[in-house]
Design a protein around this ligand. Structure first.
Ligand code: TYD
Ligand code: MG
Length: 456
């Protein structure tokens, strides 16, 4: 029998049930429901009644709303992803793999904002004060007036944040925070949700911006509950491939800005430096382009980015051929291979296929389809694409090459970086950078095979 006020929270998905079951009805995980006591603060009911007395006021959609004020931190790449700076009273969740550089980034953001006059606090639940301080010294941030604390007890953190006025607070990380109002262990869904809830409430009430750091599980979700993602105003993912210095801050949700924006950073000895013009960053411009490489003219956020897509098609030594992909979607690769087989007569059944996006970038645009197909065909035929050619276009299952967004911006950037021709959808005419238009993938593949990529 459930006790009064007791509910059961799934430690895997965060769903709440009123009775205990062995299997979570929401996500199907076993033995993940843990009892949680919901206690209503005394007087909460009264407060609700009191607020109900006020009549509901309706407003028109066209009423004037002033733009939210922003704290520009001075880390421009961060501010851009926020939509022009951090909004006071908002909560931001920054997720990423352990070691990707979340603590480094947020220490830099807090230090930069503090230097510009914002009252900033950095609360670490993972590292001792000395560790944070020595890192700050190494990064040349020691003079920034950031208030540091090492603490995991939510109650002391809330008390500390109430005792002094702050504009911006970093909590590193939400998984280490622990509230004595709940019996569950630190890092459990119950604790993470309770801590995030309290901090978000405080942010709204006091008008301070709270940045929560969250670790990401192997499956790619921010560890613990998805519920935290619903509580906060913005969710950013901090990404980077091991072995590459580049780090990308990507907006996944943002109530105060566009979600497709990215910030680009480079990890060095003195922390992260901003990459203001990333368009040629992921491009290897030294030497000849080998067979199997195609330069994709992409758009990341609001900016064009040129990146090399590399493919290797090789005879398979085993019964089941391998398909491996880094930086792109494996489902998308399977689709492109199927279209190449069904519509262009290529065969990959007995061949291993590897696809890699150079520089450690992750591409999610469908506009990269044609570049991936071109790289695969180039490797399969062992014919290199022209050195000065960029490729873009979406491919449909029927084998058509479709136009993509912002084609002018892609071509302009390619021209700026010295590219002299492009392979893409038909109907594009750009002075200075002629486009070989292909309406069918088979036509584009034939041209690659024949080395006939001179614009027509
Ligand atoms: P960190 O910010 O601690 O990662 P996270 O908080 O996401 O777990 O960054 C850890 C990595 O960054 C570590 O492998 C070392 C590297 N790093 C540098 O290369 N240069 C630097 O100046 C700093 C501070 C870290
Ligand atoms: Mg950290």
């Amino acid at each position: 029998m459930a006790r009064d006020g007791a509910v059961y929270a799934c430690q895997s998905c965060g769903a709440v049930q009123t009775r205990w079951t062995g299997q979570c009805p929401a996500c199907g995980a076993w033995n993940t429901l843990v009892e949680e006591l919901t206690s209503r603060p005394p007087g909460a009911l009264k407060a609700t009644k009191a607020t109900r007395k006020a009549p509901l006021a309706f407003e028109g959609l066209d009423a004037e709303t002033p733009a939210p004020p922003r704290i520009a931190t001075g880390v421009d790449e961060w501010d851009r992803v926020c939509g022009g700076g951090v909004v006071p009273g908002s909560a931001i969740l920054v997720g990423g793999d352990p070691g990707v550089g979340k603590s480094t980034l947020l220490l830099q953001v807090a230090a930069s904002a503090a230097r510009r006059g914002a009252r900033c606090a950095y609360i670490s639940g993972e590292e001792a004060i000395e560790q944070v301080r020595s890192r700050a010294q190494r990064m040349g941030l020691a003079d920034a007036p950031v208030k540091l604390a090492a603490e995991t007890a939510l109650r002391s953190i809330l008390d500390g944040l109430k005792s002094e006025p702050f504009d911006l607070v970093v909590i590193d990380s939400i998984q280490t925070m622990w509230s004595d109002a709940h019996e569950a262990g630190p890092g459990s869904v119950t604790q993470v949700r309770a801590a995030a809830g309290e901090l978000v409430r405080l942010a709204k009430k006091r008008g301070l911006a709270v940045i929560l750091v969250g670790h990401v599980t192997k499956e790619g979700a921010i560890a613990g509950p998805r519920v935290v993602e619903h509580m906060v105003d913005a969710v950013f993912a901090f990404e980077g491939e091991r072995g590459y210095p580049f780090r990308i801050l990507r907006g996944a949700k943002n109530r105060f800005g566009a979600t497709d924006e990215i910030g680009v950073f480079e990890m060095g000895d003195a922390g992260l430096s901003e990459v203001k013009n990333p368009s040629a960053l992921f491009l290897d411009t030294s030497g000849e382009r080998a067979a199997g490489a195609a330069v994709f003219a992409g758009i990341e956020g609001s900016r064009p980015v040129l990146v090399e897509i590399q493919a290797l098609v090789a005879p398979s030594a085993y019964g089941t051929p391998r398909r491996a992909v880094v930086g792109w979607d494996s489902g998308r690769l399977a689709m492109i291979l199927a279209v190449l087989e069904a519509r262009c007569g290529l065969s990959f059944g007995d061949r291993d296929v590897y696809l890699n996006v150079a520089g450690g970038l992750r591409i999610s645009e469908p506009a990269a389809d044609l570049a991936a197909a071109a790289a695969l065909a180039s490797s399969a035929f062992d014919v290199a694409l022209p050195q000065d050619c960029v490729v873009f276009g979406e491919i449909s299952l029927s084998g058509d090459v479709r136009p993509v967004s912002r084609m002018d911006a892609r071509l302009k950037e390619a021209a700026k970086l010295g590219f002299r021709r492009a392979l893409g959808p038909t109907g594009l005419d750009k002075p200075g950078l002629p486009v070989t238009g292909a309406s069918r993938l088979a036509d584009a593949i034939q041209r690659i095979h024949d080395g006939a990529l001179d614009p027509t």
